[in-house]
Design a protein around this ligand. Structure first.
Ligand code: NDP
Length: 445
């Protein structure tokens, strides 16, 4: 790492102790940014990096609610409003027991660059809670969401901060959150949340967008090697929103997705995952992958273990951060991996990224490859602002254009900085320069 940046990085790490994921995200971005500061010394003089690493606002709050047995439960809520240089803070809410400030900050930091890469007018933010929706009844999830919004509402708004979903937050949760926001404020402010239901202000393609976008970005990478998804053998991790839609899109483009996972294990289905059955089990019944394997002839279920043991030519990690380490990366490379697109945020450890880059695997980092979700959220905001709703075809066309544009921006930035094919460098520099220019223009705030 460039010595000037290393000194700034060390200060940031010391100011934010115990936040391992945030440290990892910062280090990964800083490693790319040396050459930009050679060309733009004004960024150093204006302390852009120091300002970028300090969120504009961090909110932590108590979320009290009662479970179905009448017991009082207490969770912790977070919203980190990281950077508003390009637009209102924008980023999802994660409900998962592992959530703490370090996770929210890593996600919020990544979100700044991702949102800049989309070319849309959105800043970066993220939030969530250590609440675990798994195993909770609809009524419990509703009471939790209502309590969460009872504090959050005062910090958000269509021109201020626009949350969406992430792990553990899907259409059901967004519905309860929106209902409570409307009730407290007495405003039908559609643009305050994205990921809404289609009949009440949502956008077609938003549920599919992150998974679809990841596949479109990966397809663009494959084209640079004169190939495509057609005929590829694909392994996907996760079986949530992003994973399911990535599987659907990859198969629509002619690939065979032979495995996917959840936090308990993974399923191998050599005939190709049956997307209708998978949606039924995961989206309708909120069941486990084990149930899928029991109902699908020819599929096998492996309890625990690593889905990355299954050989593939294309890998799409779509579960969570640091789910793919250096050893798993080496196994995938040995087994013939050609390309990897990150549907999840930071699913590959730094060791894994080094293995992929060393081996010449086409590697699409999350902040570029999974930006289709937030980009379609921005399209949802556009539709809300104009009181309009677009067709599936038109919205998917816009998503495709945006993903092809992000791929082009990353690839051309990597070329410009002398490291062709390095999408990590291209994404980090491409996103950073846009935000840094806007921060410079807006003065010391
Ligand atoms: P979901 O909650 O719909 O699904 C998450 C999936 O990942 C589930 O299969 C879950 O398994 C698995 N998973 C979660 N945590 C772990 C863990 N610690 N270990 C193993 N498996 C785990 O979330 P999404 O699909 O929305 O999000 C997946 C990833 O994509 C996240 O990294 C998120 O930040 C990222 N992302 C999401 C976007 C969106 O639009 N939703 C946008 C951009 C990025 P189980 O059911 O067993 O918990």
């Amino acid at each position: 790492m460039d010595a000037r940046l290393e000194a700034i990085r060390d200060t940031v790490l010391a100011r934010n102790p115990g936040e391992a994921e945030f440290h990892q995200a910062i280090t990964e971005v800083f490693e790319s940014l040396g050459p930009v500061h050679d060309r733009h010394p004004e960024f150093l003089e204006a302390a852009i990096l120091e300002r970028l690493c300090e969120p504009e606002r961090q909110i932590i709050f108590r979320v009290p609610w009662t479970d179905d047995a009448g017991r009082v439960q207490i969770n912790r809520g977070f919203r980190v409003e990281f950077n508003s240089a390009l637009g209102p803070y924008k980023g999802g809410l994660r409900f998962h027991p592992s959530v703490y400030l370090g996770i929210v900050k890593f996600l919020g930091f990544e979100q700044i660059f991702k949102n800049a890469l989309t070319g849309m007018p959105i800043g970066g933010g993220k939030g969530g809670s250590d609440f675990d929706p798994r195993g909770r009844s609809d009524a419990e999830v509703m009471r939790f969401c209502q309590s969460f919004m009872t504090e959050l509402y005062r910090h958000i708004g269509e021109y201020t901060d626009v949350p969406a979903g992430d792990i553990g937050v899907g259409g059901r949760e967004i519905g309860y959150l929106f209902g409570q926001y409307k009730r407290i404020t007495n405003r039908y402010e559609s643009g305050v949340l994205t990921g809404k239901g289609i009949s009440w202000g949502g956008s077609l393609v938003r549920p599919e967008a992150t998974g679809f976008g990841t596949v479109i970005f990966t397809q663009e990478m494959l084209k640079t090697r004169a190939t495509s998804f057609d005929g590829q053998r694909v392994v996907v991790s996760g079986s949530g929103n992003v994973a399911i839609n990535a599987i659907a899109k990859a198969q629509a483009l002619g690939a065979t997705v032979v495995a996917c996972s959840d936090s308990s294990g993974y399923v191998v289905d050599e005939a190709g995952i049956d997307i209708v059955l998978l949606r039924e089990v995961k989206e309708v019944e909120r069941g486990r992958l084990k149930d899928y394997a029991e109902r699908r002839g020819g599929a096998s279920y492996v309890e625990g273990g690593s889905v990355w043991d299954v050989n593939a030519t294309v890998a799409l990690p779509c579960a969570t951060q640091n789910e793919l380490d250096g050893d798993a990366a080496a196994r995938l490379v040995r087994n013939g991996l050609l390309a990897l697109g990150e549907g999840a945020n930071m699913p590959s450890t730094r060791d894994a990224v080094a293995v992929f880059q060393e081996a010449g695997v086409l590697f699409g980092p999350g902040k570029a490859a999974n930006a289709g979700g937030v980009a379609t959220s921005a399209l949802e905001m556009q539709q809300n602002a104009s009181r309009d709703s677009w067709s599936f075809e038109h919205t998917e066309e816009r998503l495709t254009e945006i993903m092809v544009g992000i791929h082009h921006r990353c690839a051309s930035t990597a070329d410009e900085y002398g490291d062709p094919g390095n999408y990590v460098l291209g994404a980090n520099i491409g996103g950073f320069v846009k935000v840094a220019d806007a921060m410079l223009a807006q003065g010391l705030i």
